[in-house]
Design a protein around this ligand. Structure first.
Ligand SMILES: Nc1ncnc2c1ncn2[C@@H]1O[C@H](COP(=O)(O)OP(=O)(O)O)[C@@H](O)[C@H]1O
Ligand SMILES: [Mg+2]
Length: 386
């Protein structure tokens, strides 16, 4: 076992003991164990400064320190374990393995029509997910379960994933890196297994399920400093993906992953996603549609020419364009407040002019560079799924 692994394990053991003592009301022992856990975590962070879970470890250290302070305080009431609001019991107690995972299951309610352009991507997604859900009988050989969306930031990957879930009325289980970091200490691979088994249960009961992993590179990418938990979590994930492909599984459980940095993923991961779809920078028609979408609720002066704006925003992403429109809106609202008129109930901000838009565009450089786009094309050439 590597040093990192040992430290992680022993931190977990101490923390779990601490929680048990804490529950029983043995304050002294609990504080001692929290202290030991802190020592291990601090060592881990010092030894592996680039480790993905460090942020979480540092948070833990703070939580444990606070808990120790309360345990050592005079006020008995305050020390009640029930008041210990952190997630400790769930995360570190091995007794709680039966608990269902707490990932968000929701219907995101994004419609296809809200996703501008991206016709190729939409078509690919329909082929992979929508058609098999609507007519499974037409796919006697089964269907793929993994879809990887990649491309520059702010161009609609997250939006697309949500739109698919709406289209097939699927449960949408979103695993985002932040929630993984804060919930998956130690038991990361168990939690991956739990998420998949919960999803499988629903899918077998007949509800299509989409597990969506946004910014997948940050948790399942290849990092230079892989230690313990990360490797185990990745392997578990790969195992779950393979399980989905087993013959005779005709339920609808899909894994959709999105990334801005596909090159951080390795082949073991990539090949489990049979369908890889590039979500590129918006072309002219798409940008025009985006301006239209973003301007529906804005009052514009007659001189505003959306075609002209579309022309001068070549290279801008969907989220850049949204920002441009938000900035002009904020600007007229700010003016209204500064004029003092905002406090009259019926007052309205002035209409937005072409000049407002152009100023906003000039102040906002595109967030994606040409070189970056070349990298995406190169990557796609190498890994595109046939
Ligand atoms: N194709 C698009 N159609 C409509 N809005 C878009 C599109 N692409 C980006 N946007 C806007 O930018 C925001 C960020 O997009 P997002 O889907 O999160 O991008 P990504 O996941 O590719 O980084 C969206 O919430 C939306 O407002
Ligand atoms: Mg996104």
């Amino acid at each position: 076992m590597s040093v990192a692994n040992q430290l992680e394990q022993s931190a977990m053991q101490y923390a779990s003991q601490a929680v048990q003592f804490d529950r029983m009301g043995n304050r002294e022992k609990a504080a001692e164990c929290y202290n030991n856990a802190i020592d291990q975590l601090q060592k881990l962070v010092r030894l592996y400064p680039d480790y993905t879970f460090n942020r979480l470890y540092i948070e833990k250290v703070t939580t444990y320190k606070e808990r120790i302070k309360i345990l050592k305080s005079e006020d008995g009431e305050e020390a009640g374990y029930e008041k210990f609001t952190s997630f400790e019991s769930r995360q570190t107690s091995t007794a709680d393995t039966t608990e269902e995972s707490k990932e968000i299951v929701e219907k995101p309610n994004v419609k296809w029509a809200e996703v501008a352009g991206l016709e190729d991507a939409k078509k690919a997604i329909k082929e992979v997910i929508v058609y098999p859900v609507k007519r499974p009988d037409l796919f006697p050989l089964g269907w793929s379960r993994g879809l990887l969306l990649f491309g520059p930031p702010g161009c609609g990957k997250t939006l697309l994933a949500a739109a698919v879930a709406t289209e097939i009325d699927a449960d949408f289980i979103q695993i985002d890196p932040a929630s993984i970091m804060s919930k998956w200490l130690g038991a990361a691979e168990q939690n991956v297994a739990k998420i998949f088994s919960g999803a499988r249960k629903n899918a077998i009961d007949g509800t299509p399920v989409i597990i969506f992993i946004d910014e997948v590179d940050s948790i399942l990418g290849v990092h230079t400093n892989e230690v313990g938990g990360e490797v185990r979590m990745r392997n578990q994930f790969l195992k779950e993906m393979d399980g989905l492909q087993d013959k005779g599984k005709n339920y609808h459980l899909y894994v959709v992953a999105a990334t801005n940095k596909p090159w951080d993923l390795d082949w073991a991961f990539i090949r489990r996603f049979q369908k890889r779809v590039m979500v590129p920078l918006p072309d002219y028609a798409t940008r025009l549609q985006m301006f239209e979408l973003n301007c529906t609720q804005l009052e514009l002066t007659p001189d505003v020419n959306l075609h002209e704006l579309t022309k001068i925003t070549d290279g801008y992403s969907g989220s850049d364009i949204k920002d441009v429109c938000q900035v002009v809106r904020q600007e007229v609202i700010r003016e209204l407040f500064e004029s003092g008129k905002a406090y009259e109930k019926t007052s309205k901000p002035r209409a937005i002019s072409m000049k407002d838009f152009v100023t906003s565009i000039n102040n906002r450089k595109p967030s994606v560079s040409k070189e970056m786009m070349v990298s995406y094309d190169k990557w796609f050439d190498q890994f595109k799924a046939l």
